[in-house]
Design a protein around this ligand. Structure first.
Ligand code: PHE
Length: 327
């Protein structure tokens, strides 16, 4: 047993220790070298066999080696523990996923603003069905079967004389059938037409219908209400144009446009409106000699596109978060 031999065993121990990475294996090394039958312990046990003159020096050397080995084992345990801790810390951050917080869709935001405007004027919000009968969607609105005005609203037909409503106007009929004047309602909702999807058309879009019915309502009332609507949403300075139009359920009818320099003719249609056709009042069992009123309809997409300068209607329906979070 020489110092050289002892050192050799110690080096073997260090090189093995540096290559192990598991607690179990360190534990095994401890047994192999420092355990009861361990290689380093073996030297200790045999100090007695050394020649008298060497015993002191070599004994001291073995004890130093034993202490250093024990320290190395403890350090290795600590390092391993730290390493695991560091790895866990990183893992926690890597697997974290951010929650995206939703917000009001621009169409819903504009719809609510429009409704608030009319509610403040005394119009009450009512909801109607998206699946309608031919009667409510067309016939009661003075669009009998074969009426040419139906062509512009080519629709999705369902079984049993039902269809996806092409306009919110059937709500005029439903409200007038069930209620007595004075009446003032607004009715928002989805409508459907067999249109091909492009930047300005969609098979499904959103309208808000309005109706006011009372005694002695005339065109001035219509003009005042809808002018203040346009002023509120598109500015006081803008010019507003009223032009005759045709809808079977209003008489006379008009189209309301605002100044819009981006268009060739400088105008953009915003609303359809008119005085309720006496025939429609009759269809609802109301006395057209006693009552008169006006109705209007607007498209929410067009208004939202104008307000937010959105050029493609399809963006509203794609639910792309980077688009939606701008509003
Ligand atoms: N329903 C008509 C349309 O969709 C709009 C309208 C509503 C016109 C009410 C007049 C009165 O085109």
């Amino acid at each position: 047993m020489t110092k050289e031999k002892i050192n050799q065993i110690y080096q073997e121990f260090r090189s093995k220790l540096s290559s192990v990475q598991e607690n179990k294996k360190i534990e095994q090394l401890k047994i192999d070298f420092l355990g009861k039958k361990g290689k380093i312990t073996h030297f200790l046990k045999n100090i007695g066999t050394l020649a008298e003159e060497n015993r002191r020096e070599v004994g001291k050397f073995i004890n130093e080696i034993k202490t250093k080995s024990e320290q190395a084992i403890n350090e290795k345990f600590q390092d391993l523990k730290k390493g695991i801790f560091e790895r866990e810390k990183i893992d926690i951050h890597l697997t974290g996923k951010k929650n995206q917080i939703g917000q009001t869709h621009p169409l819903i935001g504009v719809r609510d603003e429009v409704l608030r405007f009319f509610n403040q004027m005394g119009f009450v919000t009512v909801a109607g069905p998206e699946i309608e009968t031919d009667y409510y969607n067309f016939q009661a609105l003075n669009m009998a079967e074969g009426h040419p005005a139906r062509d512009g609203q080519d629709s999705f037909y369902l079984k049993g004389n039902h269809l996806l409503r092409t306009q919110t106007s059937p709500m005029q009929i439903r409200v007038m059938e069930e209620n007595q004047p004075p009446l003032a309602i607004v009715s928002p909702g989805r409508v459907f037409r067999r249109d091909t999807l492009d930047a300005t058309h969609s098979f499904c879009f959103h309208q808000v219908e309005g109706l006011l019915l009372d005694k002695e309502v005339n065109f001035c009332h219509l003009k005042a209400v809808l002018t203040s609507f346009c002023r509120k949403f598109f500015g006081k300075e803008l010019k507003i144009r009223f032009r005759p139009d045709y809808f079977p359920f209003t008489e006379p009818s008009c189209e309301i446009a605002i100044q819009y320099p981006e268009r060739n003719d400088g105008w953009l249609e915003i609303l359809g409106a008119g005085m309720i056709n006496p025939l429609v009042l009759q269809n609802c069992g109301l006395d057209y000699k006693k009552y008169s009123g006006f109705a209007f309809g607007l498209g929410l997409e067009r208004i939202a596109m104008l307000i937010y300068d959105i050029k493609d209607i399809r963006l509203f329906y794609e639910n792309n978060f980077s688009f939606l979070k701008q509003f």
